[in-house]
Design a protein around this ligand. Structure first.
Ligand code: PLP
Length: 390
């Protein structure tokens, strides 16, 4: 048996460089990590109790593969109230986190060889998903437009590749790693070019509830027939380990996605689905105290990084600051994070795995003490390592 005889598309996908870096720096007992996108809040008690009750009540049988009716009814109402989504329960599939939701949607919508636009910097899951499904990935750099995908950029990507059958776009709003949240106008402006070119949008709105001083708008409002929304409870309810996500989309298409989901994972875990019902029926305000904390921390980190000489695009959502490394350091993102980890015991994410090697990502889903220590270390690194630009 030769390893190189297995599916070449699997061999093409690299294990997550971010998780490896996070793992490698963890051997340092002094390290303070602002690396992973993990809320530093616990699951609210009433949700934990619902999970415990489900165990004690023996809710341990195979759930219906779409997800329990009660959960899909609750999701229909919750997301309508929050963001105006317009989907009844029979257009909603319950998945094992947003990750599985993206994977089964990409698998269902596209044929091998189709091309999918991924605006960069981007969450690495998307490129892995398109590659595993033998698609062509069209990376479109948004850094010169303040990390917003514009209609002109979409049209140019299509025009520049007449040989490719461009069928999809994976949009993340609010964005990981930049923290940028689209305005209503920016979202609406994308709809005509996508409609004209018959492009599906996979709209990853997992951070939709985490916006600061602005509302979240879903592109599904403007393109209901060609949008699949991805959402879930990992960020809004700090339930990352529970693994619970949702797909919302047009009838017929979601039925096909549900089939792929069934033959991939059968269903999301029964206990977790009961916890999710509680989260959606009684946890409408669970994210509020988290949001207040995140907003304070965002302001602190953005201010400190700017003072340290980094360029920061104002983050309107999620819990990340994406900051451009000062040229005077002569460091790319890997050199920067490795130096910061080795000499100052602070872990940040390099921008490179997201597609931009001039930036670092700070996750501010961390304690005030950790953030203060990190900002002090970043300033110290800049003071110690700056070289006059040549
Ligand atoms: N989408 C984005 C943009 C993310 O940042 C993440 C996690 O960091 C996910 C999806 C994964 O979400 P889940 O934990 O629900 O699989």
């Amino acid at each position: 048996m030769e390893l190189n005889e297995i599916n070449p598309y699997v061999l093409k996908v690299m294990p997550s460089a971010m998780r490896k870096f996070d793992h490698d720096i963890s051997v340092d007992p002094k390290i303070i990590k602002l690396t992973l996108g993990e809320p530093n809040f616990n699951v609210p008690d009433h949700i934990k109790q619902a999970a415990i009750d489900a165990i004690n009540d023996n809710k341990s049988h195979y759930p219906y593969y779409w997800g329990y009716q009660e959960l899909r009814d609750a999701a229909s109402k919750y997301y309508r109230d929050k963001f105006g989504y317009d989907y009844p329960a029979d257009q909603i599939v319950v998945t094992v986190g947003a990750t599985e939701a993206v994977a089964v949607t990409v698998k269902t919508l596209f044929k091998p060889g189709d091309a999918v636009i991924i605006p960069t910097p981007a969450y690495p899951l998307y490129d892995a998903s398109t590659t595993l499904n033998e698609l062509n990935t069209l990376l479109v750099d948004t850094s010169d437009d303040d990390f917003i995908l514009t209609p002109a950029k979409v049209q140019k990507a299509i025009d520049d590749h007449p040989d490719l059958n461009v069928k999809g776009l994976i949009l993340t709003d609010p964005n990981n790693p930049t923290g940028v949240a689209y305005s209503k106008e920016q979202i609406a402006a994308l709809a005509p070019v996508l409609k004209k070119n018959g492009i599906w949008v996979i709209s990853d709105e997992i951070y939709g509830e985490l916006t600061y001083g602005q509302k979240h708008y879903s592109i599904s409002e403007y393109l209901p027939d060609q949008t699949i929304i991805i959402n879930g409870l990992s960020k809004s309810h700090a339930m990352t380990g529970y693994r619970l996500g949702f797909i919302f989309g047009p009838s017929g298409f979601v039925d096909e996605i549900a089939k792929v989901h069934q033959f991939t994972v059968t269903a999301a875990a029964s206990i977790v689905q009961y916890a999710a019902i509680e989260a959606l029926e009684h946890g409408q305000d669970d994210s509020k105290p988290m949001l207040q904390e995140y907003e304070k921390r965002r302001d602190f980190v953005a201010k400190e990084m700017t003072e340290a000489g980094f360029d920061v695009v104002h983050p309107g959502g999620a819990f990340y600051v994406f900051a451009k490394i000062p040229v005077g350091l002569h460091m790319d993102s890997w050199a920067f994070v490795k130096t910061l980890a080795k000499e100052y015991h602070i872990g940040l994410m390099p921008g490179d795995p997201f597609g931009d090697n001039e930036y670092v990502r700070i996750s501010y889903a961390a304690s005030d003490e950790a953030l203060a220590a990190a900002m002090k270390a970043v300033k110290q690194l800049v003071a110690d390592h700056s070289v006059e630009p040549t």
